[in-house]
Design a protein around this ligand. Structure first.
Ligand code: GLP
Length: 245
């Protein structure tokens, strides 16, 4: 694991946006795995600004989503598809053909998960997977207890995730209790992983990550076995770790 310790949140966001921009620029057929969540919003904003300032040919680019809620109506404003449309697809002027999401409006979730795995396999593989982290150590929606070899599947969201994601929903709405998420094993097959953690509410999980390996209580610790795992931190997220490590 390589840690990039930014001097500010803005610098952390900029660092991640630059990594994505460079990958989109440098590869003929870039395949990028996208994460959602509040952490990623400024990253996508900066990425869009960069592409507008220095346009890229994105005709051969392709994007896979990490996860999607199950049980929301199609095009619900809090679905991850709507998030990606709003923050990435529409501002970059890309058609839907460039994006793949786990299909959640289906009867058979196992079949949907297997189809998603096949789509990832049949692409040239994910070159760069962007990741955020949950306060309980979840990655995508691989909640505590997920296995290191897990694949894309239907998952149940933990009570703490439901609380953490509450602000993305209307006060009167029930949060979906399930999602389809890439598995840890699926994520580990990406050629590079870049995780961004910002803000003091991520300081505890980052401390845990730094001090533990392969701990199923905190799935993010599995990622330390990846040969190319970059963790980008702002000062608050890094505030509980020993900076001399
Ligand atoms: C979510 C997503 C993750 C995301 C994480 C952190 O629920 N499934 O992909 O990284 O929680 O979200 P945030 O950035 O809002 O803290």
């Amino acid at each position: 694991m390589r840690i990039i310790l930014a001097q500010s949140t803005a610098e952390a966001n900029e660092a991640v946006a630059s990594i994505v921009y460079d990958k989109l620029q440098g590869l003929l057929n870039p395949v990028i795995g996208l994460a959602t969540g509040r952490t990623m919003e400024p990253v996508y904003k900066i990425l869009v600004q960069k592409v507008r300032a220095r346009p890229l040919n994105l005709k051969q680019s392709f994007f896979f989503m990490l996860d999607e809620y199950v049980g929301l109506p199609k095009n619900h404003v809090s679905s991850f598809k709507s998030y990606i449309d709003q923050h990435v697809r529409l501002p970059l002027g890309l058609s839907e053909d460039h994006f793949a999401f786990p299909s959640v409006h289906v009867k058979d979730f196992d079949e949907s998960a297997q189809n998603y795995e096949r789509a990832i396999r049949e692409s040239s593989g994910i070159d760069l997977q962007l990741l955020g982290v949950g306060q309980n150590g979840h990655v995508g929606f691989n909640e505590p207890g997920s296995s290191k070899n897990s694949r894309t599947r239907l998952v149940k969201l933990s009570p703490s995730t439901l609380v953490a994601n509450r602000p993305s929903f209307q006060i009167t709405e029930n949060l979906p209790a399930e999602a389809i998420s890439m598995g840890i094993g699926t994520i580990m097959e990406a050629k590079e992983l870049v995780m961004l953690a910002t803000g003091k509410n991520k300081a505890d999980v980052i401390k845990y990550l730094v001090n533990h390996h392969n701990d199923d209580k905190c799935p993010v610790t599995y990622l330390k076995s990846h040969a190319h795992f970059v963790l980008v931190l702002d000062p608050e997220a890094a505030s509980k770790i020993n900076l001399n490590i």
